[in-house]
Design a protein around this ligand. Structure first.
Ligand SMILES: CC(=O)N[C@H]1[C@@H](OP(=O)(O)OP(=O)(O)OC[C@H]2O[C@@H](n3ccc(=O)[nH]c3=O)[C@H](O)[C@@H]2O)O[C@H](CO)[C@@H](O)[C@@H]1O[C@H](C)C(=O)N[C@@H](C)C(=O)N[C@H](CCC(=O)O)C(=O)O
Ligand SMILES: Nc1ncnc2c1ncn2[C@@H]1O[C@H](COP(=O)(O)OP(=O)(O)OP(=O)(O)O)[C@@H](O)[C@H]1O
Length: 489
């Protein structure tokens, strides 16, 4: 690509040296720079890409985008900008010829439900015969092949690359989980969303955002960044039962569709019934009432389904076709997923790691609890991350009859520090603190009796536990089944 053309999309303060006529590639990682590349220096939390500019030049970078003038050896031009993160988004979008303009982009944000709603939309699209890609916490799923990603919302370069690949593979749509970190750190600059969805906003990530106000405002960027061009067919999907929705509705000129169970909304559910691992309800829509029956359990999934329905409706799909897809959906991996075992227990694997999600997960299991039987809830929290949510997590977990407090990626933090913080929120005495997660899982099984429900929360789809900075293989389900066989079979 012509260098002049590429850099025309970014505001810059100064150019140092002679720009080459063309550049061949774009990179933010000195370890994988290709010859004749433009390298953008990104400040991380642990390391700063500016420190790797010289290495990038040695690998073949011929232009460096930087926030300050660097002392570099070799034939290289420097472009000095105010904010390399923002420049990266704009350059990456231009380099890949704005792939998000050619594909329906659906962004899903919120504290809980991003993976669930994104997965639901993706699977419904596929069910309708549309090619679709989805990116988020579970990775990047392109035509059934899953690629790992480090973050829920990847850096701006990977994001544009993913959208480009989805476009080249003929996808009609791409669904993206949009995290508040991604929005605040400019990872989504240059992405043109067609539909923006909000699930809910509750306590999480305050180590990063500081206050709920900042956290909510960061999520709001998804709606304000939709733009103002009313010739574009865009829509916004908001949860009518969450107070932040009113604020987000003010941020956009595009049509807003609401959903919810409590307040007035365009899409509502009535007569919800949770029975035999089947959920039924009447969906109230702008076109009347439709009975729905689905395999996803829990009230939170009714919200997720209403959100997905609003997305499809806003894009002109027929309600009958939408509901047909809902009835075919399988539970999302690791989200109140019931594990099939030969044990006399009901075992759920779940990803709840916020107070609100824990409450919702336990509520989802309540209809399946048999008289005189227990719900055992295992909950862990991550080390070196938002500590303020820990007591609130245990407080919500206290709704279970027995609680096992443990760790979920302790990283560099002592087990006792994590379980000790959780313990402060416990509302009853029926609990144990066991920092080693494998031991904690075995303990949960050891206190179970036939007919009990055990919910293992926090790991969801993950198959590892991070201790220090090493990922060790770990599966709550496998450990539980092994312990259960020893005990019951
Ligand atoms: C705090 C944070 O956001 N850190 C992110 C950050 O890592 P970092 O600070 O260590 O910095 P780095 O990206 O490794 O290095 C900075 C720059 O130097 C470059 N570099 C580095 C080394 C080298 O040899 N050469 C080189 O060029 C890197 O390529 C990069 O451009 O940049 C990495 C690459 O983009 C991210 O993977 C990493 O996210 C870490 C894993 C993380 O845990 N982030 C969390 C807080 C996060 O972002 N979470 C949200 C929300 C999830 C949710 O909703 O639950 C998410 O979207 O995932
Ligand atoms: N709409 C919802 N409202 C509240 N809780 C939910 C909702 N959907 C799912 N949950 C609960 O939250 C957990 C996490 O769900 P999900 O992975 O879909 O959220 P997420 O926003 O992607 O989370 P993360 O940002 O951590 O990846 C689930 O396992 C479930 O317990």
């Amino acid at each position: 690509m012509y260098t002049e053309e590429l850099i025309s999309v970014i505001p810059y303060k100064e150019i140092v040296g002679q720009l080459p006529t063309t550049i061949k590639d774009i990179s933010i990682d000195s370890r994988s720079v290709q010859p004749k590349s433009i390298f953008i220096c990104i400040k991380g939390y642990t390391v700063d890409g500016h420190d790797y500019a010289q290495k990038a030049v040695e690998m073949g970078a011929i232009v460096i985008v930087t926030e300050r003038k660097l002392q570099l050896e070799g034939e290289v031009a420097q472009i000095i900008v105010q904010d390399t993160n923002r420049a990266l988004g704009l350059l990456a979008a231009k380099f890949f010829e704005y792939p998000s303009n050619d594909i329906t982009m659906i962004g899903v944000t919120g504290t809980n439900g991003k993976t669930s709603v994104s997965g639901i939309i993706h699977h419904m699209l596929i069910g309708m015969g549309e090619k679709s890609a989805v990116s988020g916490t579970i990775g990047f799923n392109l035509n059934g092949v899953l690629y790992e990603s480090a973050n829920t919302t990847s850096d701006a370069l990977s994001t544009q690359q993913m959208i480009f690949r989805a476009k080249m593979e003929g996808c009609r749509a791409m669904v993206m989980e949009v995290s508040s970190h991604g929005l605040a750190l400019g990872r989504l600059a240059g992405v043109d969303y067609d539909v923006a969805v909000f699930t809910n906003l509750t306590h999480d990530h305050l180590d990063f955002h500081g206050t709920m106000e900042n956290y909510g405002n960061a999520k709001g960027l998804l709606f304000s960044q939709l733009g103002q061009d009313l010739t574009k067919n865009k829509s916004v999907i908001l949860n009518a039962d969450d107070p932040w929705s009113e604020k987000y509705a003010q941020l956009t000129p595009y049509p807003v569709w609401t959903y919810g169970l409590k307040n007035d909304a365009n899409f509502r559910a009535e007569n919800c019934c949770y029975d035999d691992n089947i959920t039924t309800f009447d969906m109230i829509t702008p076109e009347g009432k439709f009975p729905v029956s689905m395999k996803l359990i829990g009230e939170f999934n009714v919200y997720n389904i209403l959100a997905a329905t609003a997305v499809f409706y806003s894009r002109g799909f027929e309600l009958e076709a939408i509901i047909e897809q809902i009835e075919d959906l399988n539970p999302v991996r690791g989200r109140m997923e019931k594990i099939v075992t030969d044990l006399p227990l009901q075992i759920f694997i779940d990803y709840a790691h916020t107070p609100d999600a824990i409450e919702k997960a336990i509520n989802a299991a309540l209809p399946y609890k048999k008289p005189d039987k227990k719900i055992i809830f295992l909950v862990g929290t991550g080390g070196n991350r938002d500590k303020s949510k820990r007591p609130a997590m245990a407080e919500k977990a206290s709704k279970a009859d027995y609680v096992v407090l443990t760790t979920d990626d302790p990283r560099y933090e002592e087990y006792d520090s994590i379980t000790g913080d959780l313990e402060k929120g416990m509302q009853h005495e029926n609990y144990a603190c066991i920092g080693d997660r494998a031991e904690a899982v075995r303990h949960a099984v050891s206190v179970a009796e036939p007919g009990d429900i055990i919910i293992f929360a926090g790991k969801g789809h993950e198959d590892y536990q991070i201790i220090g900075n090493t990922k060790y293989p770990h599966s709550d389900a496998e450990i539980a089944i092994e312990a259960g066989r020893l005990k019951f079979v």
